[in-house]
Design a protein around this ligand. Structure first.
Ligand SMILES: [Zn+2]
Length: 513
């Protein structure tokens, strides 16, 4: 691979510097500003989660993002998403998860594209979903006699994730009272006080399904500052370690094997771990981070298919047990594995997680999505035909795949304390803001991954030097980098990135040959 980093040529220098700076500031002023949290995380992210409107990819990855938005997310029928809530119990036991997953994916996609029709649909679905809430706060699809037995804590999880994401990026806080009522109902119903239900018994997979509501409960705590939501999160962590609990953290700290946790169900376990990392970000829990790092290492070393997915029959299995068929690579597992790596990348800033992201995105995730974006595979086995479908009925993965695609813009190109970080290579543009407020635009030309050359143009008015960190893929042994046509070695930092630290500002003649 031949990476080239180029700055504008000398003759365009002065004019380009003034013009581009002005343009960059105008762009920065018109971007979406997510709602600030009431409670700041204790653990600062090493790498920033980028607001998706800052990154526009137009290459192979960008093309898949575009059809995910236009041919899948924008085309889903509102009535189908809401039918189980409008007429309980709906057609299928976990059907309630689809609308929250759609709200999450479609919000991120709308932030990326600005499609006004998708925004209208988002507003409609969010408002209509809230209308389905019962007076006590219940927003699942079960009849009252069957509550809290299977998948309705799970549906509350996705409704909270979807609505919190919607509020965060649109700024429309109309659903917040409904979210509070959902959370308050969970806090009243479940706990270890007399008269409360045991959340481990409220769903499947040794309680890993219902307790994965941890993630949005942490997010709602940060959004509202309500300490009872944080207390509920602590209750969930206690429940994991109770005698009949899944023993998630303790097993990962001692055995360091995901196949020994709970019933080894991969999607639910990774969902819990993503919530655990959100908890760690919020309050600082180094043991939880260590448990998650142990899980990551175990999966990478023993349980990951070459295409970047895990699981067959939806579970983690023994070391190097990789059949080509047998319901391999549930797309929900692929996406939660992707989220897990994205979380660890934010928290640690280490390139090894971005390497896994590339492997998963380019191979398994894109393989699970039909080329036109209309359909998804539930499992995508290593052998045989891809079982694409567009029917949501009983197909959890059809709502997970679009979430994975929509997340790409949050980590493909981003920023850290040193400057810019390039995690994924695809044609397109990024308009980023360094942590000191300096705008930087990057334009990438490449046919990667089919082509070997990557050319990036950096435009900035920065007067101070800053770093551009390139992720040289771990599989690439002979990468070369040039800046303005001159070979550059750069420095590989402790985080694993090839770091080019220099004056990038167009006023600096030392940039140019
Ligand atoms: Zn699934």
């Amino acid at each position: 691979m031949n990476c080239q980093i180029r700055s504008p040529f000398v003759k365009a220098l002065t004019l380009a510097a003034v013009t581009s700076a002005s343009l960059l500031w105008r762009v920065a002023a018109s971007t979406i500003s997510p709602l600030p949290d009431a409670v700041a995380p204790v653990v600062a992210d090493r790498q920033d989660a980028q607001v998706p409107d800052r990154v526009h990819l137009t290459g192979w990855v960008g093309m898949r993002m575009a059809v995910n938005e236009s041919n899948r997310l924008a085309m889903l029928h509102v009535d189908r998403l809401l039918e189980g809530y409008r007429k309980r119990p709906g057609r299928q036991s976990w059907d309630g998860e689809h609308v929250g997953k759609w709200l999450h994916a479609a919000t991120l996609a709308w932030v990326n594209t600005g499609n006004p029709l998708l925004r209208q649909k988002l507003d409609l679905v969010a408002a209509e979903l809230v209308q389905c809430q019962l007076p006590d706060g219940y927003l699942g699809t079960y009849l009252e006699k069957d509550r809290w037995t299977e998948w309705d804590v799970w549906a509350h999880k996705y409704n909270l994730i979807g609505l919190i994401t919607y509020m965060r990026y649109t700024g429309n806080q109309a659903p917040l009272p409904a979210c509070r009522r959902m959370a308050d109902l969970l806090c009243r119903t479940f706990g270890d006080q007399p008269g409360q239900r045991d959340i481990i018994a409220a769903g499947f997979h040794v309680g890993m399904a219902p307790t994965s509501v941890l993630e949005p409960m942490v997010l709602l705590y940060r959004m509202t500052g309500e300490t009872r939501y944080l207390d509920f999160c602590k209750y969930i962590l206690r429940s994991w370690e109770q005698p009949d609990g899944p023993k998630i953290i303790s097993t990962l700290l001692t055995d360091k094997r995901v196949d020994k946790v709970g019933d080894a169900k991969a999607y639910e376990m990774l969902s819990c771990l993503n919530g655990a990392l959100e908890f760690h970000r919020t309050v600082g829990a180094p043991q939880i981070l260590q448990a998650c790092l142990n899980a990551w290492q175990d999966i990478v070393d023993h349980r990951l298919y070459p295409t970047g997915t895990a699981s067959y029959y939806e579970d983690f299995h023994g070391d190097f047990d990789f059949p080509n068929v047998s319901d391999v690579g549930e797309t929900c597992v692929t996406v939660t594995w992707l989220q897990f790596n994205a979380q660890l990348l934010r928290l640690t800033g280490e390139k090894r997680f971005a390497d896994q992201i590339e492997k998963t995105v380019l191979n398994q995730l894109m393989g699970a999505q039909s080329c036109d974006g209309t359909k998804w595979g539930y499992y995508v086995q290593m052998e045989g035909t891809k079982p694409y479908t567009n029917n949501l009925d009983g197909n959890c993965c059809l709502s997970s795949g679009p979430r994975g695609i929509a997340l790409i813009a949050t980590f493909a190109l981003t920023t850290d304390a040193d400057g810019v970080v390039v995690n994924l290579y695809d044609a397109g543009t990024a308009r980023l803001t360094l942590r000191d407020g300096t705008p930087v635009a990057l334009a990438t030309q490449t046919q990667y991954p089919t082509g070997q050359d990557i050319e990036m143009t950096v435009t900035t008015a920065a007067k101070e030097p800053f770093a551009i960190k390139l992720r040289i893929p771990s599989w690439c042994q002979d990468a070369g980098v040039q800046v303005n046509g001159r070979n550059t070695k750069g420095i590989t930092g402790a985080d694993g990135y090839l770091t080019l630290r220099r004056h990038w500002g167009t006023r600096t003649k030392s940039n140019f040959i």
